[in-house]
Design a protein around this ligand. Sequence first.
Ligand SMILES: [Zn+2]
Length: 223
Amino acid sequence: MRVLAEVDGEKILYLESPKRRPTVATDYLSTGVHGDEAGSAWGLLIWAENHIQTLREGSFLIFPCFNPQGLRHNTRLDNRGLDINRRFDRLDDPITGPWQKLILERKLRIAVCLHEDFDSQGCYLYELSAAKLSISQKLMAACTQRIKADPRRVIEGSRANGGIIRRSKLPPNFPGLPEAIVLWQLGCPITLTFETPSEFNLDHRVAAQASFVSAALRHAPHP
Ligand SMILES: [Zn+2]
């Protein structure tokens, strides 16, 4: 475990497999960007506690909490009053600048960014990948036992089908780039953003998040 950055006394930590080899593509997991999305941070923790052997044997880069103060205070914004997920393209930011440097030095197999949404009506997923690599249908099937897929046809302004929003190109004019899009720009072949409905039962949200991580790692193609 290392310190990515320290901002106003708040340490942002990351974890990396000790056996990382430059030739092996790394699996990227992250959450806690928005502090009012507790089910996603807890879900990653539960997944990790249940997969100690996987963590020992695999190649992982994990950011368990980009926004510690937000998580403690149940706020979307961080201790600077900023939405980190509109700043991942910024090299001048003390968190996302060093983060970009770290990503550029590594080859990623898949990136999983865990979030929650207060007005969603079920689980949903953004997938950025080439169409032939798409795994989103398998993933939704694996994590919607207790919370069904969000049935809306339009989610956050994007066309959705069975809770899946797929892109193989970047949306134009994004107001500051989110983590998943920058990871894609930096060469990660599949980036997934998973959302559970933060007004639903916490145990069910945590279970859905943990199931999603397992399924994503199981179904991600090996290069
Ligand atoms: Zn979020």
